[in-house]
Each structure stands twice: as structure tokens, then as C-alpha cells.
Write a new protein. Structure first.
Length: 41
């Protein structure tokens, strides 16, 4: 039972980290695209 609980805990932490990365990187995508447009000019 402990192995199953550890797996669930680690997977939930992984999902939380993935959600935080998406929330942080999503607003930065337009800025990065703006950098590419400025560099292309």
C-alpha cells in the first residue's frame, strides 16, 4: 500500500509542477514571439 501512496503523491506533485510551469510560461509566449519579430526586422 505504501508504494501505491508514494506513486500517487509523486504524480500529484509532478502535475502541480507542470501546471505551475504552464501558468508561468503561457503569458511569456507572446513576449518571446515579439522578440522574434523584433529580431527578424
Amino acid at each position: 500500500m505504501s508504494d501505491g501512496e508514494d506513486f500517487k503523491d509523486s504524480s500529484s506533485i509532478f502535475h502541480l509542477l507542470a501546471a505551475l510551469i504552464v501558468l508561468v510560461s503561457a503569458p511569456l509566449l507572446p513576449m518571446v514571439m515579439g522578440w522574434f519579430t523584433l529580431l527578424s526586422n
